[in-house]
Structures are given as C-alpha cells and as structure tokens.
Design a protein around this ligand. Structure first.
Ligand code: SF4
Length: 445
C-alpha cells in the first residue's frame, strides 16, 4: 500500500528538455531560428529539464551551445555568443508539478465537489513551485536530486508545511509513517546550505493545537533566522469534508489560539526581535478580534498564505484615499455599484467603502457572498464562484458589479465552477468587473 502511495510522487513522465512556447520577434531566439514547439535539450552539454534549468545554465554565460530538438524532429546544435545578460526572447512551457505522496487528513482535494475542475485535484508538492510561487511542500518524499538542485541552483526561499514538530502528530496528519514524516535531517541540510525556509502550520483543533502548537513554534524558532517565520492558518472544511477526525474551527477556538500565540509572540519578540509565529487573518476575523498593526508582520513574509493580507489591504486603501484626495479626484462616471466579497472580509471592506463613499460621494455597496459551491466554513473571496453570484442576484444594486480578481483563474476570466465573467454578467443584467483595489478609481471615472 505504502509503495503504491509513493510511486506517483517519484515517477514523472516527461519528455526530454523544455519546450519553447513563444519567440519574441527580433530577439536572440528569433535570430537563432528557434520556434514555438522546439525543445531545448542541453545547454553547454548539461541537461535541461525545465525553464528553471535553462535559466540557471545560461545565467552569466556568454558562449553557449544549445542542443535543440526541432518541432520537425531534427536535432540542431546552435552556437551563439551573446552580450552579458542579453535576453533570449524565449517563453517556455509551464512546469508540470510533481505530485505529493501524502494522505493528509485535511487535504483540500478531499473538500472538492466531485465535478470540480481537474486542476483542483492536483496534489502538487514541488520544490520548484515552492521557490517560484510560494507553494508549500512537506518534504516527505523529496528526492536526493531535488535536494541537490535546491542547493546548487539556490532555489531559496523554500516554503515547508511542518504542521507539527511532534513526529507522531506530523505522521498522523500527513498520513505517512514516522520515518517519512521526519524531515529533520533534510531540513538541517537545507538550512546548513543557507537556504531560507518559511514554515507553515495548518491548525486542526484537537490535533496540533495547544501544547503541540507551542512545541512546534518553539522548535522552529530555535532555528531563527535560518527559519524565517511560521504561518499558522486554520483548517478549512467544505461541506464535502466528512472525515470524523476533523473538528471545525470555531470563533471560540480562534480566540483561544490568539491568546496563546500572543503570549508566545511576546516572548519570541523579546528574544529574537520578531514575532516569528504569525497567525492567518482568518483566525482574527473568525474570532472577531482586531487585525494586528502593520509592524506586527515585519515584511509580510507569508502574505500569500493569508497572513497580513487584510492589514496590507487596509493600508493600501488608506494610501489610495490619500492619493485621490491629493489629486482632488472626483467620480465622474458611474457612482453606484455592488461590490461582492467573501463573508469574512465583507464587514472589513464595508467600513473602508463607507469612508470612501462619504469622502467621494459614491454609492458603493458591499455585499457578502455565501459560498454555496464548497459550503462548510469556506469564506474567502478566492473560492467564490459564478453560481454564488447568481444566487445573490436580488442584492445587486447600482450600475455595475465588482468582484475580487482572485475569483478568476490567473490566466483566464473563468471562475472555479467553470462560469466566465461574461456569462455571469449576462445573467445578472449588469456589467461585472473583476478588479483589484488600485483599479477601482479608473472604473468610476
Ligand atoms: S494537503 Fe498537500 S501535501 Fe497533503 S495530501 Fe494534500 S496536496 Fe498532498
């Protein structure tokens, strides 16, 4: 059983080299007659597995020999001299993520509806994506080749899901044996090699909270500054998570966690000069407590994990208001519209938008959107869907609808349930704009 679980993680079917997707006109790549569909197999005799390899192996090199498998099947050897740092003008295929070999009890894949997009079932565990996008890995099935690559190519920082430093608890949470759960030697090797690590804990009531959490934080803090921070984010359960081992995160639980971690932060701050252990925004919002001040978060080391995102947004909003005031900005076109966002963030946003309305004479309304697609306690804006918007059609007021950009796929105007913005717009009878904060004034002008 165990081997079956591990096999997909270590077996990656892939073609040799990295495929070129686009060649900019008049670029070095175009001069070399490279085309979309060609694959670069080697650079100066060294194998290229993906665009990170290409970047690494060409970096600082001016005399290059590329081995290229042309789209036609021909093999070319291309010699070139380039000026230092000269861009090739090449775009490459995306990295195909390596899959994890765990069976985490809280895995988000278990919370998807059966008909969700296939991409939502990808259990990625890839040190390259960790470096590039801040995705977390558990390091339970990291290979020697990956370990060496992180060090050689300086794929730093790495984001590691630790969850608990108590091995029994970690193994239980990840659904692996203790030997595999124990990453202490691997972690030490990365840290000794100067790789920066950010840790994460998904906090599950009754499993890795209280004393286990305290031990985890202090064990990780003992490695500060080599381990830079630990983000503590709450377990999120959709209506499809029916695992009896999991308990929902309640407001009371969040208040207890804040009280416990605030004490630990004070102690760590006195010792290390940083709070080190940072709680996810959701914990404060669910608890009904104030989001900490800007200084609490340092340089927002794990903002993409929802740690400090609300504070950063509020600060950006304040700056935007000040800028508009300085510029004597006025709303000249559309004045009224409905802004939809997730249920947890809606009250926070409403306060900010009320100030905006009062100052600039707009009539923007903030409406919180229930997540009917995933259900459960899913309340973040990024997981809202087109159907959720249609369910709220009676609450649409004004001349347009705004939704957060995170509701869309990064490269397409499609939402998690497959609906696109135009479809929703037609169904609501209103233009729907997926925007970020900075785009709001332009929409109103
Ligand atoms: S939570 Fe992450 S590491 Fe765990 S099973 Fe799911 S994808 Fe794998």
């Amino acid at each position: 059983m165990y081997e079956f679980a591990v096999t997909p993680a270590v077996t990656n079917i892939r073609r040799r080299g990295v495929e070129i997707c686009d060649v900019a006109p008049d670029s070095l790549g175009a001069e070399m007659d490279l085309e979309s569909g060609d694959r670069i197999i080697k650079v100066n005799g060294r194998v290229v597995r993906d665009y990170l390899d290409f970047r690494f192996q060409t970096s600082g090199e001016t005399d290059l020999v590329l081995e290229v498998r042309k789209k036609s099947g021909e093999d070319w050897e291309v010699e070139l001299d380039r000026a230092e740092g000269e861009d090739f003008g090449l775009s490459f295929e995306q990295i195909v993520p390596r899959q994890c070999a765990n069976e985490c009890i809280f895995c988000f894949c278990n919370g998807n509806p059966a008909d969700a997009r296939p991409s939502l079932f990808i259990k990625d565990e890839d040190v390259r994506l960790s470096f590039l996008y801040g995705n977390y890995t558990t390091m339970t099935s990291i290979t020697e080749d990956e370990m060496r690559r992180i060090v050689e190519q300086r794929l730093s920082p790495q984001y590691v899901s630790v969850h608990a430093t108590d091995l029994d608890v970690r193994a239980y949470m990840l659904g692996v044996d203790k030997q595999r759960a124990d990453i202490s030697t691997k972690l030490a090797r990365l840290l000794d090699a100067g790789i920066e690590v950010h840790a994460q804990v998904v906090l599950c009531p009754g499993i890795n909270d209280k004393e286990i959490l305290k031990k985890t934080i202090f064990d990780l803090a003992a490695e500060y500054p080599r381990i830079t921070s630990v983000a503590i984010v709450p377990l999120g359960l959709t209506r499809y998570n029916t695992d009896a081992r999991l308990t929902r995160v309640t407001p009371e639980f969040c208040r207890e966690v804040i009280d416990q971690v605030t004490e630990i932060q004070k102690e760590l701050h006195a010792k290390l000069g940083t709070n080190f252990a940072l709680l996810g925004d959701e914990i404060y919002l669910r608890a009904g407590r104030r989001i900490p001040a800007r200084s609490h978060y340092g340089d927002y080391p794990q903002i993409e994990d929802g740690v400090g995102m609300v504070r950063s947004f509020e600060n950006e909003f304040t700056k935007l208001m000040r800028r508009l005031e300085r510029e004597s900005w006025t709303c000249s076109k559309q004045t009224s519209g409905t802004i939809f966002t997730g249920t947890l963030f809606a009250p926070v946003l409403k306060k900010m938008i009320d100030k905006f309305n009062a100052r600039f004479g707009t009539k923007l309304i903030v409406e919180s959107l229930e997540n009917s697609y995933f259900g459960g306690d899913v309340s973040v804006a990024g997981l809202l869907t087109g159907q959720d918007l249609l369910n709220a059609r009676e609450r649409v007021a004004g001349e347009f609808v705004c939704i957060p950009k995170q509701m869309l796929k990064s490269d397409d105007s499609i939402m998690l349930d497959g609906m696109n913005v135009n479809e929703v717009s037609r169904a609501l009878g209103q233009p729907v704009h997926a925007i970020n904060l900075q785009e709001l004034p332009a929409l109103l002008q």
